[in-house]
Design a protein. Sequence first.
Length: 305
Amino acid sequence: MRVPVLLSSLAVVAILGEGCVSNKKFSQLQSSYNELQNQNRALDGKYQASQRELSGATTRVQSLEEQIAAQRNNLVALQAALDKCLNSTSQGNVNISKLVDEINASNKYIQHLVNTKNTSDSLNLVLTNNLTRSLSREEMQDVDVQVLKGVVYISLSDKMLYKSGSYEISSTAGATLAKIAKIIKDYKDYDVLIEGNTDNVPISKTNIRNNWDLSALRASSVVQSLQNDYGVDPKRLTAGGRGEYNPIASNADDAGKSRNRRTQIIITPKLDQFMELIEKAPDAEDPVTPAAPAGNTQPPAGNQQ
């Protein structure tokens, strides 16, 4: 997989004509350029950190599923050993009791792992349902919501978000961004990565060098809109651009290019809290709480963020 590259907002100052500028003007332009360079480096660092956290969360989800499978296999083996023990006259009651205790402990831990995964899945399902119910039929034509490996992906088309060939947010995008911002604020213990993507058609703007710049600038525009217009805590936000290098369709036709020109809002549980939830095994004396039904659309009391 190609590593996503975080770029900040860059501006290229074009000096046209045959004249020259004053030293003062040149110094101002140079200072602005240096400041943009510093912002780009800071944004790049934050994007890389967010990508590492997202990768870690995905790895943990996969590890949890592997643990569940391993524990189930262990349960089968223990049950077979118990059956053999019960059928053998040479085994004593002590060994039988030990096997029963091991089976019970294994069952309890399996249920804990299942409940942990179901809790995460249920919260994501509630988040997704709340968002899709708030969007109109027209908005859903430009918004795609998916949950993949415990992470919520909200994909927004560029024709809805931006002015043509620009990174400025269009006036028609406000209502949709407001609904997404409300969901983000309701789930305050989730981190949010805004990721810009383009097709493979080169950009021809004097102040935008290439599609890397365009994708990063668009992501930055969404981040700033969520912060400035809708009050989302900027500490939870990261902006990054992937240019043309993360396509979901072929760029050979207009339909594929349209799908590739998108901005994704990626909502994921904070890694440290997810780890605590997994590693907190149930006490031996505690009864096992049944897992919430998969179709439950209401989070457990006190867990909705």
